[in-house]
Design a protein around this ligand. Structure first.
Ligand SMILES: Nc1nc2c(ncn2[C@@H]2O[C@H](COP(=O)(O)OP(=O)(O)O)[C@@H](O)[C@H]2O)c(=O)[nH]1
Ligand SMILES: [Mg+2]
Length: 261
């Protein structure tokens, strides 16, 4: 049975998680939500336990310490693959990603293996972000393209939908990044392996509450890991032949289960 899971990593997101999970389930009642919390000092984890107790479509994975968004996603992907989810989403916890886009990402995923929510296709759609963050984010896209040949405009974005087949195939790959380099590595590994990766325009709005976990270490990690992507690809700048698990090879893609209303 096909279904969708929205994975949301959290670190000190106490003010956001209740309203966000509600909005996600309202925007797309067919999906379930998995929070991956790294023992947030602000008590996000305790609040998440309460949400889980009240709503069967909400789940939580508690991890013992802050290990970066990449590690949280890997734990979430493993959790999803142990269950019966076909469409697995990434989403930030701070309302930077509008939950109303989930059905659109899902619709795109009917015809693609990976859908990357992008702030930079058809112009720039970013609200209230400090200029230095915008410049950094835009530069990251050009840098990744320059080094690896991967043509996507927003490779560090964290609003995505992966087909299960992609995560199964990438499970054996050594994707070790902790910060935003994780998003680059995931996109690059899927793309260079021949999966069909598409971009979908989204609007990104800076968080209203809580603070960013972005730091110099995350940028430094991304800078060198992009080169590693290229080396691991054998210096190739184009995908291999279409991946055997790509929907273009397997015929009709699965569709998400409709819930009875
Ligand atoms: N579990 C977990 N989540 C994290 C970690 N670092 C960041 N996040 C979450 O990842 C998402 C994006 O982080 P954020 O600080 O908003 O980054 P920004 O939007 O680039 O400023 C948010 O949901 C954070 O709570 C981490 O180390 N562990
Ligand atoms: Mg944010």
């Amino acid at each position: 049975m096909a279904s969708g899971l929205v994975i949301i990593p959290t670190y000190n997101e106490r003010d956001n998680v209740a309203a966000l999970s509600q909005q996600v389930l309202k925007a797309c009642p067919e999906v379930e939500v998995l929070f991956v919390d790294d023992n947030s000092p602000d008590g996000t984890g305790v609040l998440l336990d309460e949400l889980v107790a009240a709503e069967p479509r909400i789940h939580v994975l508690h991890r013992s310490a802050k290990q970066g968004l990449g590690r949280a996603y890997v734990a979430g992907f493993d959790w999803a693959l142990e269950r019966d989810f076909t469409f697995i989403f990434e989403m930030d916890a701070d309302f930077s990603h509008d939950p109303r886009e989930i059905p659109n990402l899902l619709a795109q995923a009917q015809q693609a293996d990976v859908v990357l929510g992008s702030r930079y296709v058809d112009g720039i759609r970013v609200i209230n972000w400090p200029l230095h963050r915008l410049i950094l984010s835009r530069t990251a896209g050009y840098y990744v393209k320059w080094v690896t040949g991967m043509p996507f405009s927003d490779p560090t974005g964290g609003y995505r939908c992966y087909r299960r087949t992609v995560l199964e195939a990438l499970r054996g790959e050594r994707i070790k990044a902790q910060g935003y380099a994780f998003q680059i590595e995931m996109a690059h590994t899927a793309w260079i392996s021949g999966f069909q990766v598409v971009e979908w325009p989204i609007t990104f709005e800076d968080r209203h509450s809580g603070t960013s976990k972005m730091g110099v270490g995350i940028v430094r990690e991304a800078l060198w890991r992009v080169w590693k992507c290229w080396f691991r690809a054998g210096l190739r700048r184009r995908p291999r032949a279409i991946h055997a698990a790509s929907i273009r090879q397997t015929g009709e893609p699965a569709t998400i289960t409709e819930t009875a209303s």
